[in-house]
Ligand binder design. Structure first.
Ligand code: MRU
Length: 365
């Protein structure tokens, strides 16, 4: 997507042909800063400290992390160590494991001297596939938004989203935001309620930044405002992303998503989840029970960063000093609260039958 007229992806290969460029998302929305990944450790740290984040982008970064590791040592041991290091970075988003498996499948049985070139080629493919997949999610999701616009005789369609599932969370287009960008491009009057998404504020900092730079009407709301807006008919539909979707249609996403789905259910507001098929974990049949939920540092809850009037970015304490804090990063929304899963292949009912109808090749898993 464009940043001030310049097209950007969220990750790219630099002109030197080996180092990897990213947007440092910890600096947004205050500073748009690019940084380079030059080693496996740079890639792993970028995922851990959330310079890159969002399930698909985590996967793409891991793929390039393996390329950077292969530059230094293309042995079996180095390959295994690189995969193990990357797999430990974040536990919930399954695209990480998916991308590592894809890279292993490409490299494992290859002679050592072919591995480096093959790794860069597969990482580039993973990125290009992600862009096309997300574009298609947008095509299918656009049709849902259009149906709402038609039902309102072209009136404004209000979509609520949580966290950031835009182009910054993927290689391009985004998942939940792709339908919104495409509806906006098609001149549908679409407005987005952006949940701020505590504790790291991915909604207020990233989703709002993306929509702002693309000219899509939007309003930032506190995380607890959604239920009130739904009760008063101010939300036509919700679309969120997901970090891992179980084979039964349960979806893990940023903490707070479940409460939005409950409020949507209570108010008859359709709740959709947008995802590339690389986010489906076919080995898990009960997401609420089995999807691992990341717990992050308590300081993300007790501290916040912001920009002062003079432009300096500072971090401040916001909680009672010494009080303990819990930082559960994700929750799982049961399939029964999800009206549809918007994938690159079309919209599936959130159930094992619904998913298998779109992905029959997974029936034997
Ligand atoms: O902890 P984050 O910022 O990586 O979490 C991101 C989300 O929860 C997104 O909504 C998710 O990855 C959806 S995929 C684009």
């Amino acid at each position: 997507m464009n940043v001030d007229g310049t097209p950007f992806r969220s990750i790219w290969l630099n002109e030197d042909g080996w180092s990897v460029g990213i947007i440092d998302q910890t600096k947004l929305p205050h500073v748009f800063e690019l940084t380079d990944l030059k080693t496996l450790e740079d890639a792993a740290r970028a995922i851990e400290v959330m310079q890159v984040r969002g399930a698909p982008l985590i996967g793409a970064t891991a793929a390039y992390g393996i390329c950077l590791a292969m530059r230094e040592d293309a042995s079996d041991d180095a390959l295994d160590a690189a995969c193990a290091r990357l797999a430990r970075t974040r536990p919930t988003a399954i695209n990480l494991n998916w991308a590592i498996d894809e890279m292993l499948g490409t490299l494992r049985n290859r002679p050592r001297d072919e591995r480096l070139e093959a790794a860069y080629a597969r990482a580039a493919e993973i990125c290009d596939e992600d862009v096309e997949t997300n574009r298609m999610i947008g095509v299918h999701g656009h049709d849902i938004i259009k149906t709402h616009a038609d039902a309102k005789d072209g009136g404004r369609v209000n979509v609520l989203t949580h966290c950031n599932a835009g182009w910054l969370a993927t290689v391009d287009w985004g998942t939940a935001l792709s339908p919104i960008f495409q509806a906006h491009e098609a001149s549908i009057d679409v407005h987005v309620w952006v949940d701020e998404t505590r504790p790291r504020n991915q909604g207020a900092a990233l989703t709002a930044w993306e929509l702002n730079h693309h000219g899509v009407p939007h309003t930032i709301i506190v995380d607890n405002a959604g239920g009130h807006l739904m009760q008063h008919g101010e939300v036509d539909l919700c679309i969120t992303g997901t970090d891992r979707t179980a084979a039964n249609g349960d979806v893990a996403n940023k903490i707070g998503t479940y409460l939005k789905a409950l409020a949507a259910h209570d108010n008859g507001v359709p709740f959709y989840v947008a995802l590339p098929s690389s986010t489906i974990d076919w080995t898990i049949t009960d997401g609420v029970r089995d999807i691992p939920i990341e717990q992050r540092d308590a300081t993300e809850v007790t501290r916040m960063n912001g920009r002062l009037a003079d432009g300096t970015v500072v971090e401040v304490d916001i909680a009672s000093p010494g009080s303990p804090a819990g930082n559960y990063a994700f929750d799982v929304t049961p399939a029964r609260l999800v009206n549809g899963l918007i994938t690159e292949k079309g919209v599936a009912e959130a159930s094992s039958e619904g998913l298998l109808k779109l992905f029959p090749e997974r029936a034997s898993d």
